[in-house]
Design a protein around this ligand. Structure first.
Ligand code: SAH
Length: 214
């Protein structure tokens, strides 16, 4: 499938929609304008790619709603060349947004099928990232520390290992709560064991699960 003028037009409308909903970070809006979301979706849902909605991507998982992707990315306050750990690769759409914004991306997925798909698909459309099949609860110790950590599944508590793998001065964004809804939480690491947590509204994510799944 191609990226056509029609797709670009639909993307422009989507950018306007998330902007209207409160996203004003120009870098985030530009990344949404550039990443062809329709290529990340199952063919049966491709006509919905530019609606501001989450959609199934297989293995019982979803590609996040564009507004949610934009919201998390804006909170992350990304700088070019930042080393970013993403937990929950899923379709790879959020990873592509981060790469588009100049980040060096390390992304972990616990579902083998999704990991394999994203690992071959993203480079095929020009997005280079580092893909890992594993449990994001553990982070990626051998690649730590990270400037930014983005968790794209709902956690019941802050994964302790991720806090440790954050650089001092770094920022983690993680949805925290039960399976019904989560509070978007931004954690800034101020010192070795000093963190500032702020809360940023309610969202609904698929759960962050422990361990790997075949
Ligand atoms: N960022 C994704 C959103 C995917 S939904 C996108 O842009 O499409 C959340 C993903 O987190 C799912 O694919 C799910 O399998 C994965 N996940 C859940 N728990 C995980 C864990 N402990 N480690 C890694 N991935 C996990």
């Amino acid at each position: 499938m191609k990226d056509t003028y029609r797709h670009k037009g639909l993307r422009k409308n989507l950018v306007e929609e998330v902007h209207t909903k409160g996203i004003d970070d120009q870098r985030v809006l530009e990344a949404i304008m550039r990443v062809p979301r329709h290529l990340f979706m199952d063919t049966s849902f491709v006509q919905y790619a530019y609606k501001d909605q989450a959609f199934p991507i297989g293995c019982g998982q979803t590609i996040s709603q564009p507004y949610t992707v934009a919201y998390q990315t804006q909170l992350l306050d990304l700088r070019r060349h930042d080393k970013v750990l993403e937990v929950g690769t899923g379709s790879g759409y959020q990873a592509a947004i981060l790469v588009e914004m100049g980040a060096k991306v390390y992304t972990v997925e616990r579902q083998r099928e999704l990991f394999i798909k994203a690992q071959s698909f993203l480079p095929s459309i020009g997005y280079k990232a580092n893909f890992f099949y594993g449990d994001g609860y553990e982070g990626l110790e051998s690649y730590a520390p990270f400037d930014r950590i983005l968790v794209t599944a709902g956690a019941t508590e802050v994964p302790e290992k991720l806090k440790v793998q954050l650089k001092t001065g770094g920022i983690m964004v993680v949805p925290l709560g039960d399976s019904n809804s989560q509070v978007m939480t931004r954690i800034e690491k101020k010192g070795e064991d000093e963190y500032i947590e702020t809360e940023h509204g309610r969202f609904v994510f698929v759960p962050l699960l422990k361990g790997k799944s075949m």
